[in-house]
Design a protein around this ligand. Structure first.
Ligand code: SF4
Ligand code: SF4
Ligand code: FES
Length: 309
């Protein structure tokens, strides 16, 4: 059968157009792949320096391949093993349990092993710096030993009521309170963010250690009065309850609500509330009496004072 001219040229055109479309889509695919490849690289600005010579302080820029699920600590390990083995960083468990890998990531105190890189990919560079509240050692490592010295000075648990060998009975409410505060992994991110602790103002011991004090004070058998120590030495009154410490805590402990505020209240009760201190001292009461007393309003307390007269 004879082909019509028009038909032949239009099918040729179609073929040419088809080839063009194919090559264009191949180009598009290649560009997409290239862009995806670019997206899979992560750029990190990492603080470098040594304590003995602060004139060498600087930021080094590293590019590392992105892998699904990677965290900032993985990127640091990649740099150490493939690019610069002299980079110093502290870490231990890689699981958010040891509290060793604390650093400031894009200005926020965070654990490197719990900060996913995915949130920064294609959006912003990742800047990693050491914690600023502690003496600097090298690169991302700081000296946190001073903090453990503070812990040694907290008046320890002491019970006048029962010997350590007797069976202790606790109510569930006290068990739960203690359990929450004991979730602390001692990462010291709360100390890093606390502006009062950072400036070492008035010797304030910082949120982690007020919390530790609260774990002793919350114990129903503890009979130590730490109110003088909290005011005169620990500087509790200088905390302005800004709650910044709570916001950075990787364990989501309600540091201010469940430790700092109750400690402040108890110091005020014991030192400044004339009705409270005149008539009742917490350590002379059993737990239930103490709770009932705390639940009563100030008016009730005033009334009871007049009744006693
Ligand atoms: S609430 Fe108190 S302890 Fe926490 S960051 Fe603010 S000042 Fe520091
Ligand atoms: S209270 Fe939270 S932020 Fe502070 S040291 Fe403990 S786990 Fe870290
Ligand atoms: S390495 Fe242990 S908390 Fe990050």
């Amino acid at each position: 059968m004879e082909r019509k001219r028009g038909e032949t040229s239009s099918s040729c055109d179609k073929k040419v157009i088809g080839r063009k479309e194919k090559s264009m889509s191949l180009e598009k695919d290649a560009k997409k792949e290239e862009e995806e490849e670019k997206e899979k690289l992560v750029t990190l600005r990492i603080f470098r320096g040594i304590a003995d010579d602060r004139s060498q302080d600087r930021f080094d820029v590293f590019t590392v391949p992105y892998v699904d699920g990677m965290v900032v600590l993985n990127a640091i390990h990649y740099i150490q093993s493939h690019i610069d083995p002299t980079l110093s960083a502290r870490w231990n468990c890689k699981a958010g349990r040891c509290g060793s890998c604390s650093a400031e990531i894009n200005g926020l105190p965070r654990l490197m092993c719990k900060t996913p890189v995915s949130q920064f990919v294609g959006k912003e560079e990742i800047t990693v710096e050491p914690m600023k509240s502690f003496p600097f050692l090298k690169d991302l490592a700081t000296d946190i030993s001073e903090s453990f010295e503070i812990a040694k000075n907290i008046p320890p648990f002491a019970s006048e009521k029962e010997s350590s060998t007797s069976i202790w009975k606790m109510q569930q409410i006290d068990v739960d309170k203690g359990r929450e505060l004991r979730r602390c992994i001692e990462c010291f991110l709360c100390l890093d963010v606390c502006h009062v602790f950072r400036r070492r103002e008035h010797g304030y011991i910082g949120p982690r250690w007020i919390m530790k004090t609260a774990t002793f004070d919350n114990h129903p058998l503890d009979s130590e009065d730490r109110s003088d120590w909290l005011s005169n030495i620990a500087g509790l009154q200088y905390c302005n309850i800004s709650k910044c410490c709570e916001e950075v805590c990787p364990e989501h402990i309600k540091i201010t609500e469940d430790a700092i505020i109750p400690e402040k209240e108890s110091v005020l009760d014991k030192r400044y509330d004339p009705l409270f201190s005149m008539h009742i001292h917490a350590k002379d009461l059993d737990l239930n009496q103490y709770r009932k007393l705390k639940e009563r309003t100030l008016l009730d307390q005033i009334q009871s004072v007049y009744e006693r007269k």
